[in-house]
Design a protein around this ligand. Sequence first.
Ligand code: PGA
Length: 254
Amino acid sequence: MREPLIAGNWKMNTNLTEARNLVRAMLGELDGIAHVEKVVCPPFISLPAIKELIKGTSIELGAQNMYFEDKGAYTGEISPLMLVDLCDFVIIGHSERRQHFTETDEIVNKKVKKALDVGLRPVLCVGESLEDNEAGRTDKVITGQVQAALAGVSSTSRLAIAYEPIWAIGTGRAATGKQASATISLIRSTVVSLWDNDTAQAVRILYGGSVTSSNIAEFIAEPEIDGALVGGASLKANEFVSIVNQTAAIKSTQ
Ligand code: PGA
């Protein structure tokens, strides 16, 4: 049985005060929700403060990115070794990084390997563009991204994958539960082909893209979908709490 995972990707939003206020506004309620792993991913500069705030609670922390080298002359980058003391999770290969910061499959692969090597828990993001989707290339693109990102990865025990169709991110146009579930099944079979069935059954695969408290139930009702990577709605305390609450309620009946 895979424990559901709900992660909030705050993206480039909130200064330090706003980040603290957002966590304070949901801390009590979130902490009280059992059987769902709850992760917040604020901007780098807020990680130390949020780490302090969530100490002793069941809420966990993630970063939104990292570089694949340990240290050196990489101005402006954040090393995985700087993150291990601060957080457990790290989002890798988000489509916004692929799009605006030219992250290739090869870079994503290096980052996934490095994150696992240093003991972080990567949330690997994959997703097809609207153009690929409309041309019927979704399966090919997704399979290719998963294979490339996981090439040479030896252990999957700390890995999660998020299927985030690019056309659904920040657009208010979410996939349907059935669409997401079908692609997530494909991702799981790709993981089976890279390792084996037992390994693939243990990897959590999330949906992301315009998830809100109004549509989370549709995704979570699908047994193949193990949780969500939530962007915009994770910036509203009551929305995020509701998403986590509904996930706990629905998954407990599956
Ligand atoms: P969204 O973003 O929920 O705002 O669509 C999701 C994501 O990019 O992870």
